[in-house]
Ligand binder design. Structure first.
Ligand code: GLA
Length: 411
């Protein structure tokens, strides 16, 4: 009987699995929500309202300012694009703000080497009150997105019951799969169930979603960054193992370039999100970004670390005196990323440690590249004491790699 049940379960699991081979490294791109919200006032604020024009402007910036070539290829629409449904029940965009339709926008993105993401909600209404995709509409909506040549779907969870979500998210994964178009699937499901087992089944999520929001929405403030970081760290034993190539935890968008973070805090968010192997979705006005913020977001070494092919999420490995924390993410080629983070609010703090204290192999010699300054720190043996100077609410981030002993390897 057991065997029979098991055999019966196998094909079902296959049908429900999202098998798109996408996002072997965390997605990178631009997402409208945090910065542009549900501004639909195109009459008075035409340059900032949610409209095809805004997305085309951002697409142009992604290309012209070098973002695309660094990997920021997703151009993602969030809430407030929907106009309603036509007589056949098919979704249509707001006619005034998206007069050429979503297929046009997808073509525009593709012509520039970008990918287009869209947003829907597994409930009666989206969070801002636009029509959602109820259970009877899931298949039709997946087909519509595929026909439009959309490349990613963020499926939110407002105005839905736990039962509808439990049925709806796997159903959407299967429906996207059935379209034959590879569409990355971003699921807000766990965030609506409190983000933790047993209410959240992370093994199932890893099979049906490419990324998922675990926790609250980010807001444009340092407090918000800290509250998200704290929650992820409090639950890192649960969350760290469930991330990997094709399926990522999503602590939400990057705030860099907006109004709430100092430059130190912007560097810190970028470093900490990179340790978390998080999606790098900017949500900012790319038309007005400062050079300093661009430097943070376009730092080639930090992008390389974020995009490491092993796709292992990092962990907090030290918490000292309530204000110094050390994070480590293992990388390919025996390298690792280290982030030294200070919560102090007074002055730069001199933190002293050694690689042995941080549990690195004592018999190896390492070299580190400071990700933000470019400085090289060489000759780091296990016992070598080093000091990093960490600014208030800032980080020092190292890319650390072992130096192979040539004589040894030649013998
Ligand atoms: C929810 C999501 C946000 C955003 C808004 C849109 O709050 O978590 O990321 O999509 O809805 O209304």
């Amino acid at each position: 009987m057991l065997l029979k049940t098991a055999l019966l379960l196998v094909p079902v699991a296959h049908v429900l699995m999202l098998d798109n081979g996408l996002l072997r490294t965390p997605p990178m791109g631009w997402l409208a929500w945090e910065r542009f919200r549900c501004n639909t006032n195109c009459d008075e604020d035409p340059k900032n309202c949610i409209s095809e024009w805004l997305f085309m402007e951002m697409a142009d910036r992604l290309v012209q300012d070098g973002w695309r070539d660094l990997g920021y290829v997703y151009l993602n629409i969030d809430d407030c694009w929907i106009g309603g449904r036509d007589a056949s029940g098919r979704l249509v965009p707001d006619a005034k703000r998206f007069p050429h339709g979503i297929a046009f926008l997808a073509d525009y993105a593709h012509s520039l080497g970008l990918k287009l993401g869209i947003y829907e909600d597994m409930g009666k209404l989206t969070c801002m009150g636009y029509p959602g995709t109820t259970l009877d509409k899931v298949v039709q909506d997946a087909q519509t997105f595929a026909e439009w040549k959309v490349d990613m779907l963020k499926l939110d969870g407002c105005y839905s019951t736990p039962e509808e979500r439990a049925e709806g998210y796997p159903k959407m994964a299967a429906a996207l799969n059935a379209t034959g178009r590879p569409i990355a699937f971003s699921c807000s499901w766990p965030a609506y169930e409190g983000g933790l087992p047993p209410a959240v089944n992370y093994s199932l999520l890893a099979e049906i979603c490419n990324l998922w929001r675990n926790y609250d929405d980010i807001q444009d403030s340092w407090d918000s960054v800290l509250s998200i970081l704290d929650w992820f760290m409090q639950h890192q034993d649960i969350l760290q193992p469930v991330a990997g190539p094709g399926h990522w935890n999503d602590p939400d968008m990057l705030l860099i370039g907006n109004f709430g973070l100092s430059l130190e805090q912007a560097q810190a968010q970028m470093a900490l999100w990179t340790i978390l192997a998080a999606p790098l979705f900017m949500s900012t006005d790319l038309r007005t970004m400062s050079v300093q913020n661009m430097d943070i977001l376009q730092n080639p070494l930090i992008i390389k670390i974020n995009q490491d092919p092993l796709g292992i999420q990092g962990r907090r490995i030290r918490k000292e005196k309530s204000y110094i924390e050390v994070f480590m993410r293992p990388l390919s080629n025996e390298a690792s990323a280290l982030v030294f983070f200070s919560r102090r609010t007074d002055m730069p703090y001199r933190y002293q440690s050694s690689l042995a204290q941080l549990n690195f192999n004592r018999s190896m010699t390492y070299e580190a590249e400071d990700v933000y300054s470019g400085d090289i720190i060489s000759g780091l043996r296990g016992e070598t004491n080093f000091t990093v100077i960490i600014n208030p609410s800032g980080v020092v981030m190292w890319y650390l790699y072992p130096i192979k002993n040539l004589e040894m390897s030649q013998q």
